[in-house]
Design a protein around this ligand. Structure first.
Ligand SMILES: Cc1cc2nc3c(=O)[nH]c(=O)nc-3n(C[C@H](O)[C@H](O)[C@H](O)COP(=O)(O)OP(=O)(O)OC[C@H]3O[C@@H](n4cnc5c(N)ncnc54)[C@H](O)[C@@H]3O)c2cc1C
Length: 357
């Protein structure tokens, strides 16, 4: 008998866990209180990266996930990754050099580029600095499209998808988590995976498990579609920008989105005017809309993946940078849930670590 697994959450994390489990032969049901495709996921900037500010174990996990994106893109129909690379000059130059030195020490150097090279890579940028770094191996997905492609591929492998089905609490019997409670009764399975993004802590709390996390808001402005003006991701101080597959320039004060601070419309208009000033050809490009996402962020900023309190029948995957990390976390979660052991790359990211209690 295949293992029956219920996954709560159909964002990019739940979708990746679902695809990996279904591929390995599990009988998967994905349940979401809303439509398919997630909440943070659909509002994400979706940069696949191992950029600055990561301690080595987190950096190594991210690098592995970048590799796993190549595997997923080859295996999942309709899953498109744009390996466009990124230009980075959003730190003071001494910090930027320290970041580059650290990457080199870890065996993944980034390339220094001068003014002329920056303009060769992105001829439509104004006010570019004397030097920056170019990271060629990074990319981006359109996050909703990628998530729906993973879910569709999981369904092709037999997974079921239940949308508009809120899970009210986790069901526990005789010390084992055995199901989830919907408005119309319980659904039971051998394993329950909580991949509910910002809603994860509340569900875990329903059986007395604490997962300390925050859900900071991140606003992004989206222009009307324009002809191609940017080739890759551009990270400048106070303005990160990229152009989507359909031509919109998406911008935030950084990739995680801007804090709306009570005036989302004003902030979106301000971001768009900075895009207009920065990108040749975008001088009169209008703002179309803005998005506001809430980033599921475990209290110390790193992923939480594993069996909380060793509770039989329960697994959780909650993370920021979930677009980057979805392929590796989905793979490792599926392996551990199906009894294949715990990958060393996630050994430091257990949900029971003191920082999350
Ligand atoms: C503005 C912004 C920029 C970002 N930029 C990047 C970036 O550049 N690179 C990167 O790697 N990451 C980035 N992130 C982070 C990344 O998007 C998230 O880590 C990722 O989307 C999390 O996916 P998820 O599936 O865990 O959560 P979600 O997409 O939020 O999905 C969780 C799902 O669970 C469902 N759910 C919740 N509670 C329940 C319940 N009780 N019952 C049933 N269903 C439930 C929700 O409806 C939702 O569909 C960014 C995020 C934001 C908001």
């Amino acid at each position: 008998m295949p293992k029956r697994v219920i996954i709560v959450g159909s964002g990019i994390i739940g979708a990746s866990v679902a695809w990996h489990l279904a591929k390995a032969g599990a009988a998967v049901t994905v349940v979401d209180e809303a439509e398919a495709g997630g909440v943070a996921t659909r509002n994400s900037w979706a940069w696949i990266n191992a950029s600055w500010g990561n301690p080595e174990p987190y950096f190594r996990l991210r690098m592995r996930s970048i590799e796993e994106w190549h595997r997923l893109a080859a295996a999942v129909p309709g899953l498109i990754v744009n390996w466009c690379g990124g230009l980075i000059w959003d730190l003071p130059s001494n910090e930027l050099d320290a970041y580059a030195a650290q990457r080199a020490a870890w065996g993944h150097p980034v390339r220094p580029v001068d003014h002329a090279e920056i303009l060769r890579l992105e001829p439509n940028l104004r006010d570019v600095p004397a030097r920056a770094y170019h990271v060629a191996g990074e990319g981006v997905v359109e996050p909703l499209q990628a998530t729906l492609a993973l879910l569709a591929a999981a369904q092709q492998l037999g997974a079921e998808l239940l949308v508009n089905t809120p899970i009210k609490w986790l069901v526990e019997e005789d010390g084992k988590v055995s199901g989830v409670m919907t408005d119309v009764g319980a659904i039971h399975a051998d394993e329950i995976v909580v991949a509910a993004g910002a809603g994860s802590a509340r569900l875990l709390d329903s059986i007395g498990i604490t997962l300390k996390m925050s859900t900071p808001a991140g606003l992004l402005s989206h222009s009307k579609p324009a002809p191609p003006l940017l080739h890759g991701l551009v990270m400048t101080p106070g303005l990160h920008l990229r152009q989507t597959a359909e031509g919109r320039i998406v911008a935030g004060t950084d990739f995680a989105g801007a804090d709306p601070d009570g005036d989302p419309e004003g902030l979106a208009a301000d971001l768009q005017s900075r895009v207009q000033a920065m990108v040749k050809g975008a001088e009169v490009l209008p703002l179309d809309f803005h998005t506001l996402g809430f980033r599921p962020t475990p209290a110390d900023g790193f992923s939480a993946i594993g069996r909380p309190r060793d509770r039989p029948g329960l697994y959780t995957v909650v993370t920021h940078s979930g677009v980057t990390l979805a392929p590796a976390l989905g793979l490792f979660a599926a392996e551990e849930i199906l009894g294949g052991g715990r990958d060393a790359l996630i050994s430091t990211f257990h949900p029971d670590r003191p920082a999350l209690q």
